[in-house]
Structure formats: C-alpha cells, structure tokens
Design a binder for this molecule. Structure first.
Ligand SMILES: NC(=O)c1ccc[n+]([C@@H]2O[C@H](COP(=O)([O-])OP(=O)(O)OC[C@H]3O[C@@H](n4cnc5c(N)ncnc54)[C@H](O)[C@@H]3O)[C@@H](O)[C@H]2O)c1
Length: 318
C-alpha cells in the first residue's frame, strides 16, 4: 500500500493519518468543512510531538508529517489511492451519499472502508454498484494508540476485499479482527455498551456511585484487560480452566443476566452526567483527554517492552 485517502478529518480521521503516515504510507486528508483538514494537521503535529517524547516514533515527527497532505476535493483525495478510510459524521444518509460518490470516483480495486461505530456495510453501501469493494474497518479512538480494528463486510463484500483489508491493516501495525456476520455495534461496542448499561443500572439502583463503578474498571478489571480478554481471564482464574470457571460462576452469571432489562429515563441520564461533572468540571475535560492519550502512550511503551507470553506447549494445543 502506497497511498490512502482519509475522508473526514475530525478526531478519528486525524488519528488514522498518524497510523498510515507512521507506517510509511502517504495519507491524503479531505474534509468537506473548510479549514478542518488544516486544524487536523495541527492536532497531528501535537500528537506526533507527544509520541516522539515517549519514544514511540521510529523517525522524526517531520518525516512522518511529510506524508500527510490535504486534498481540496473528494476527487483529488481519491485520485490514485489503494485504500479509502471514510471517517465522516455518524449519519446514515450522509454515509450513503458519500459511498455513492466515492464508488463513482475511485479506481476499480480501491477498497472503500468505513470507520462507522455501528452501521453495517449493507446499510451504507447496499445500493452502490461497486458494493463488493465496500467494508467496515471500525477503529478505536485514538487508532494510533489502540490498535484494534473491527473488519466487517456485508454478504456482498468480496472475500478478497476482506482479506486484503485485514492484511493492509496488519501491515500498518494495527490489530484487526474479523467480524464474520453483520451485527449492530460489531464486537467492541456490544461489549462496551453492555457493560455501560450495567454500570448505569448499578448507579440508578443505588448500588454504587459513578466514581466507584469507574474504579471497579480502572483499578480492577482494566488492569487485566490491558493484556488479556475475558475468556482468558476465566481460563486462568479457575484450577481447571474456562469450563471449570463457567461451571462455578455460570448460575450467578445467568441470574444477573435474567434480571438485566435496560431502560434509562432522562432524569437518570441527567443524574449520571451531573455526577461526572462534579468529579471533572467541564473546563478540565480537554486536558484530561490529552492526559488519557499520554497514559495510553506510556502503556503502549510498556506493552512493547513487556515480557512476551510463554509459548503454548504442543500438548496444550492439541
Ligand atoms: N469518536 C470516536 O471515539 C470514534 C471511534 C471509532 C469510530 N468512530 C466513527 O468515526 C467516524 C468519525 O467520527 P469522529 O469522532 O471523528 O467525528 P468528528 O465529528 O470529529 O469528525 C467528522 C468529520 O467529518 C467531516 N464531514 C462530514 N461530512 C463529510 C463529507 N460528506 N465529506 C467529507 N467530510 C465530511 C466533518 O466536517 C468532520 O470534520 C464516525 O463514523 C464515528 O462513528 C468514532
């Protein structure tokens, strides 16, 4: 892959620019809002400086930044690119219109991938003549620090497009997974929002405060989740592995889930929001967000240096 187009240069589009440029790929940014691509360049510069300070760039920031250019039109952005990553506003009608235009403009064989958080490929691109090259590649924000990308095609997406997308994303240092069927919210947001629904319920039922629920993740579950997932947690936390874990805790898991009907009324939403604002008044949110990204950089550094897991013994693999 030599050249990509990034359509939509907001939070996610500018993060993608770092992913591709850092990997040696020329990234063309296009945004329909005048001045936005230039604002994205300033944000990219700030992130590259932070990455360099933490030893996470193999080249000087200027060398990475030189690969990011701004295109003045969608036509210019899509000219001669191998791959398009669309990251515009999360509105189905806007994505549908854009897919129709991109399909008309992009050379045959160019992959048209979307950053959408929840729309299936068939909803965005089902009516497009070149729909077999359309796919979802859903990143996690910011993509240059959180490597997971969820790759999800529609039944009409060419299998080669799926495999090429997975391969291209691996090449630029991301960690793609294949979501094999079109489901709303893919894998990550289904997990994240199921957890958030339960978090809201715990607070609404008076079981714990907003801060204490966050602490259960921050100081508890999150510590393990930085390097292993819930299946592996279960597998390592019972003497005889995952089957044993599910036998021990299965009835409790079932009981909790049976009672888990989720409804949030507007008053509860307001109370949750007010609790967060009391913990972090609005003027501090941007600085906290930048702090989060620096902590993610330090974690990335730690994970890069961390002891590799032991190889599974051949008998365990059988
Ligand atoms: N923010 C996140 O945490 C996150 C994470 C993963 C995926 N996503 C997805 O990424 C996409 C972008 O989200 P974001 O947070 O960067 O939003 P954002 O509002 O920061 O950026 C969207 C940009 O798209 C531009 N735009 C709108 N319509 C356009 C068009 N037709 N052509 C070109 N540019 C256009 C806007 O001017 C804006 O700059 C959404 O689909 C979102 O669901 C967001």
């Amino acid at each position: 892959m030599h050249r990509v187009a990034l359509v939509g240069a907001g939070l996610v589009g500018s993060g993608w620019a770092i992913v591709f440029a850092r990997a040696g790929v020329e990234a063309r940014l296009y945004d329909s809002q005048p001045g936005q691509a230039e604002r994205a360049l300033a944000a990219i510069d700030a992130s590259l400086a932070d990455l360099q300070r933490l030893g996470l760039l193999r080249e000087p920031p200027a060398a990475v930044r030189a690969r990011v250019t701004v295109a003045g039109s969608l036509e210019a952005a899509l000219e001669g690119v191998d791959y398009v990553q669309e990251s515009i506003v999360e509105r189905l009608d806007a994505k549908q219109q854009l897919y129709a235009r991109m399909d008309a403009l992009a050379a045959p064989g160019t992959i048209l991938a979307s950053s959408t958080s929840a729309f299936p490929t068939s909803a965005m691109a089902g009516a497009v003549p070149g729909r077999s090259r359309c796919i979802v590649a859903h990143p996690v924000n910011p993509p240059y620090l959180v490597p997971l990308v969820e790759v999800s095609g529609a039944p009409f997406t060419d299998e080669q497009v799926v495999q090429r997308t997975l391969g291209l994303l691996r090449e630029v240092g991301q960690a793609p997974i294949h979501v094999r069927r079109e489901v709303h919210g893919f894998v990550l947001n289904r997990l994240q929002w199921t957890l958030l629904a339960e978090a809201c319920r715990l607070v609404a039922d008076g079981v714990a405060s907003v801060d204490d629920v966050d602490a259960a993740i921050r100081d508890g579950l999150g510590r393990r989740w930085a390097f292993i997932g819930p299946f592996e947690v279960g597998d390592l936390n019972a003497p005889a592995g995952l089957r044993d874990y599910l036998a021990r805790f299965g009835p409790t898991i079932e009981r909790i889930n049976e009672a888990a009907g989720f409804r949030l009324d507007p008053a509860q939403v307001e109370a949750l929001h007010a609790a967060r604002r009391a913990l972090l008044p609005e003027p501090g949110r941007a600085a906290r967000s930048a702090w989060r990204d620096r902590r993610l950089m330090a974690l990335t550094r730690h994970l890069a240096d961390a002891e590799p897991p032991p190889e599974a013994a051949p008998a365990d693999r059988a």
